[in-house]
Structure formats: C-alpha cells, structure tokens
Design a protein around this ligand. Structure first.
Ligand SMILES: *Cc1c(COP(=O)(O)O)cnc(C)c1O
Length: 388
C-alpha cells in the first residue's frame, strides 16, 4: 500500500480553504458580545459584496435546503401559484417544497441532462398570470446542466412573479447580475464555492421580494427572514449562530474578495472547459452537452460499465472522492466538480487518475491524452489575456 491522500473532489462539500479551516478554532466567543458584533456585520457586508447586490443578503444556520425552504415560506401564502423548472434532483426539491407548503405548483420538467427553455417559462407565466414566483436552479448539480438565468429573469421581471434562484452551485461558477437582471431571491450554500464546511446558507432578498413578504401568510418561525433582517441590522443573528462557520466564512470571503469574484468564476469555467475537453478526448460522453454548467461536469460511464466502478476506483486507488449520479442517474454517470477551491493541479491529477482507472477496467486509453487536453486549456488561458 502506498500513501493515498484523501481529496474531496465533490460538488459539495468542496475542498476547504486552509485559512478558513484554521479560523474555526477561535470559536470560543459568545454571539451576544462585542466580539461577535464586530465580526458579523463585516461578514454580511462582504457577503453582499461577493454576491454583488445592493439588496439584503441574510444567513441561515442550515444546509442549503433550509434557505430554499425560507424562499418559499417567507414569500407565499397557501394556494399561491409558483412556476418551477425541474431539470434534476434539485429541481424536484423545489417541487417537494411547494407541495409541503401547499402551493399550486406549475411544474415545467426537462429530461435529466437538459434544461427548461426560457420560452416555456414565458408561456407558463402567460397561462398563469397570478403566479407569484418562478423557481429554478442556476446550475442543476445532479446533471451538470445550467439554466439560462438571465433569460428566465428577464421574462419573470415583466410580471408580478418573483425570480427565485437556487444558485447554490451557481454562485462562484457563473455570472449572476442580481440587481441588473432582477434576481429577487438568490440562495447560496457554505459547502459549495464558499470553500468552507456545510452548515450555513445564504439568501439575497430584493425590494420586490420584501413587498411580497409583507402579505405572505405561510407559517414560519426559525427561518423568518424579516426577523433575521431586523437582527442583522443590529449586527446580530436571530438565533444562536454557527460561530465556527461564521469565522470560517469571514476568511473565505476575504480570500474571494482578494481573488475577485470574476476570477473565481473564470477559474471554475476554465476547469470545466478543461474537463470537457479531456473526457471527450478520452472518448467519453458528456451527460449535459448542450448547456453544461461550470460547477460540475457529469460524464457518462463507458458502455456496459457502472459509474460506481469509476467512483470506487478513484477512492480505492487514489483517495479521491468524486460523485456518483443521484437517483436514477446512479450508476450511469460520475461527476467531477470545479467550484470553489479547485485548481489546475487538482484537475491534472483527476484526469490522470481517470485515465489509469479506465485502463484498469480494460478500456483502451492512450495515457496522457486527457491530461494533454487540460494542459492545452491551461496554456491558452495562462498565456493569453483572460476573457469570460
Ligand atoms: C448542494 C445543493 C443544494 C443544497 O443541498 P443541502 O444538502 O441542503 O446543502 C441545493 N441545490 C443545489 C443545486 C445544490 O447543489
């Protein structure tokens, strides 16, 4: 047995930023003292800057789903109509939430690997003029496909409906002009491009959304965003916060600001480009070839092979944790992540590992062919002025 370093290469949780991890050690502070009240407003301000909005950005102590739930419970009343674009397991989560809160869900589905075309949203809003919201994923992490956020937002903006974006893997991997495009609610999660462990979620709220909140009657308590905002304005959180993660977030936001959000996005986009180029060079097929996201690339397993074999190969030979498919996609695809604290050195290794694993399964592989494709992307990006 040789040394195998464990590497977390999944689309959430993602690799941790070392300085954020170290910051968590200082969590022996009380959240109703000056120590915290010095820290929290700065974190909220940095989060707002990284989100790139003039609107409010609030934090919930939960995984991403908690903030998705808050996006429903704070802005709707029972029986309200919501249009949902469902193109994968996370789109299905919007549907489950709408059902749990007894909304009238108009569900636009796309087959796994595809996305819902903006024209379908336009038609659904025409047919349901009283709709109070349109909910979708910026990047559907389960399939590696990305919705056209700008186009859907522009359609929604012309109506009374709120544009509600699960951007949990969209933030930091694609441009999202929250104020310019009219994204009313944008949800993020700590364990994705924010480079810290799971346990915090973020939600931006526009003026239009606050106006709808005023008349929204669904029950809520722990995830009451109005209450959260009132406390945030005083520099505090409504409930006992996850102080260790707030400390980590403070560091990761500083890092993202120093890098620049546009560079973080470009980083993911280049890694995604390199990955697509490498796997196609190796003769594999992309699962979402027409609207690939830059947060994660989903790749079909070679004919007749269970993708779990590849996932297992990564773990057993190299200690690399990559993702299998979810639901019915389990066994069909494997997913390589690009969001957050990933770099080209990670990707060179991942593709070299993939080549070795395919070879070990008897798939004909020319060693270095995939790696060379990534190197080519790197060479072009590193030695030419960047543009996104
Ligand atoms: C990770 C993720 C979520 C959040 O799931 P949690 O397990 O609740 O953090 C939601 N939507 C998308 C698109 C995701 O990638």
């Amino acid at each position: 047995m040789h040394i195998r370093k464990q590497r977390l290469l999944t689309p959430g949780p993602t690799p941790l930023l070392p300085r954020a991890l170290h910051a968590m050690m200082a969590s022996d502070i009380h959240h109703r003292t000056q120590d915290f009240i010095k820290l929290y407003p700065q974190v909220l301000a940095d989060l707002k800057e990284v989100y790139g909005t003039q609107g409010d950005v609030l934090i919930t102590v939960s995984s991403g789903t908690g903030a998705l739930e808050a996006s429903i419970s704070n802005f709707f009343s029972e029986g309200d109509t919501i249009v949902i674009c469902s193109a994968g397991k996370f789109g299905e989560r919007w549907v489950d939430l709408a059902k749990a809160y007894r909304l009238n869900a108009v569900v636009l589905t796309a087959p796994y690997g595809a996305v819902v075309a903006p024209e379908r949203v336009e038609q659904a809003l025409r047919e349901n003029p009283a709709a109070k919201g349109v909910a979708f994923q910026a990047s559907e992490t389960s399939t590696g496909a990305a919705h056209d956020v700008q186009a859907i937002a522009e359609i929604t903006k012309k109506t009374g409906a709120l544009c509600i974006v699960d951007a949990i893997t969209g933030l930091g991997t694609m441009k999202l002009d929250i104020d310019g495009w009219g994204l009313d609610i944008v949800v993020g999660g700590s364990q994705k491009a924010f480079m810290i462990p799971p346990g915090l979620a973020f939600v931006s709220v526009s003026e239009k959304a606050w106006a709808q909140n005023a008349g929204a009657k669904l029950p809520r308590l722990y995830f009451d965003l109005k209450r959260e905002k009132k406390m945030a304005d005083k520099g505090e959180s409504a409930w006992t916060p996850n102080v260790s993660l707030i400390l980590a977030l403070a560091e990761s936001l500083k890092y993202i600001k120093s890098l620049g959000m546009d560079k973080l996005i470009e980083n993911a986009q280049l890694l995604a480009l390199g990955t697509r180029s490498a796997v196609t060079a190796l003769g594999l097929e992309l699962f979402a070839p027409h609207s690939p996201s830059s947060s994660v690339t989903a790749v079909k397993a070679p004919q007749g092979m269970d993708s779990g074999e590849i996932v297992k190969g990564f773990r057993n030979h190299f200690g690399s944790i990559i993702a299998n498919g979810q639901g019915t996609m389990k066994g069909q695809i494997f997913r390589i992540a690009h969001l957050g604290y990933f770099d080209f050195a990670d990707l060179f290794a991942v593709i070299a590992e993939l080549e070795l694993i395919l070879h070990s399964k008897g798939i004909p592989v020319e060693f270095g062919k995939g790696v060379a494709a990534v190197q080519k992307v790197y060479a072009e990006a590193a030695f030419k002025p960047a543009s996104v």
